[in-house]
Design a protein. Structure first.
Length: 351
């Protein structure tokens, strides 16, 4: 019954007094001072401010007060933490085959948790090389930053903190990023209408995150996630409610088409291009054969490409490889380096 009241917004878990008699002495004063600067309340006494914002009542912190300001929220809410994991591969293995390469837990004031977890996620994600509109290689992120950061913030802002025994986690696989948040979608929000419908399960928590410009209260966040994934040529975000107990967001990096650190020209979104047939590709009016694309990919991957390497990887003769590279250089797609055409160290690099 209590869970139903929370879901309908008749009661707010975040407004209840925290277990364990959490009080003003449990507050992270350094972070509270930072919050006061953000909202322009430096002149206010710490306790007075927390009382005024309804984070402290009768000398005790509310659940929202603990989540947002306690130095160690897990003393009072054991599941109030975030875990970030990097998995080597596309599936999690266990035992002797355990393939977790990074596993970090974050606890503390919620804003600090989001910032630190976000910094680690950004460091763990990769970049890719793609051909731009001018047929030059440029670096693009594995996922749009807005998409995964919005997913992280939503996971901690809208999770059901009344559910104990589970925590927010981010799992980074080779082919996808998963963010799991305890609890189902709140109130009138469904998987079908979540791009246009908003309901804050934790309005006070959301308001503080908004003060730090982490939450946008105009409901454009989820919609923009879809737009930014599409602009990068990636699949749409996938939301689900596995077992009716959690909300899961999956972002896919389309790794099957975006070879790590090398992307084929026809995989770049919004590029002026058109496929001609099974043997060639036209990019900005310039046709690229499969062998030419192989040459460009090698140059991007290794920093250079030689006649011998291209011949080996494309399965062609040395004379054909030499002509292919020379033709790409003439078209301005590669740059030749060497002292003469007989130089054994001559090679080509990307423009």
């Amino acid at each position: 019954m209590r869970a139903l009241e929370y879901d309908k917004g008749q009661l707010w878990f975040e407004d209840e007094l925290a277990r364990g008699c959490a009080g003003i002495d449990d507050v992270d004063r350094e972070f509270l001072a930072r919050y006061k600067r953000v909202i322009g309340a430096e002149h206010m006494d710490d306790e007075r401010l927390l009382v005024a914002r309804d984070f402290l009542r009768d000398g005790r912190l509310t659940d929202a007060g603990v989540i947002l300001f306690a130095a160690d929220p897990m003393r009072f809410l054991p599941s109030a933490w975030v875990r970030v994991l990097r998995v080597d591969g596309t599936e999690l293995r266990t035992g002797r085959n355990l393939n977790i390469t990074k596993d970090v837990e974050f606890s503390g004031p919620l804003v600090s948790v989001v910032e630190k977890a976000g910094a680690l996620i950004e460091a763990l994600l990769r970049d890719f090389q793609v051909l731009d509109d001018n047929v030059r290689f440029k670096t693009v992120p594995e996922y749009p930053r807005f998409a995964w950061f919005e997913g992280l913030v939503n996971a901690v802002a809208h999770r059901d903190y009344s559910l104990q025994g589970d925590y927010t986690r981010v799992m980074i696989f080779d082919n996808r990023l998963e963010i799991t948040s305890p609890g189902t979608l709140p109130n009138r929000v469904t998987l079908e209408n979540m791009r246009t419908t908003r309901f804050a399960r934790n309005p006070k928590i959301c308001h503080v995150l908004t003060s730090f410009e982490m939450v946008r209260e105009l409901n454009e966040g989820v919609h923009r996630m879809y737009e930014e994934m599409d602009e990068l040529g990636l699949p749409a975000p996938e939301f689900s409610e596995p077992n009716g107990m959690v909300v899961k967001l999956v972002l896919r990096n389309d790794i099957a088409r975006r070879v790590p650190y090398v992307a084929a020209a026809d995989e770049v979104p919004n590029m002026a291009r058109n496929k001609t047939d099974d043997h060639g590709l036209v990019v900005n009016g310039q046709e690229l054969t499969p062998v030419e694309r192989t040459a460009l990919d090698i140059a991007a991957r290794d920093g250079k490409v030689s006649t011998r390497i291209l011949a080996q990887e494309a399965g062609i003769g040395l004379r054909t490889a030499s002509k292919t590279l020379a033709a790409l250089a003439e078209r301005g797609l590669l740059t030749w380096h060497g002292t003469s055409r007989r130089d054994p160290q001559q090679h080509y690099t990307s423009k």
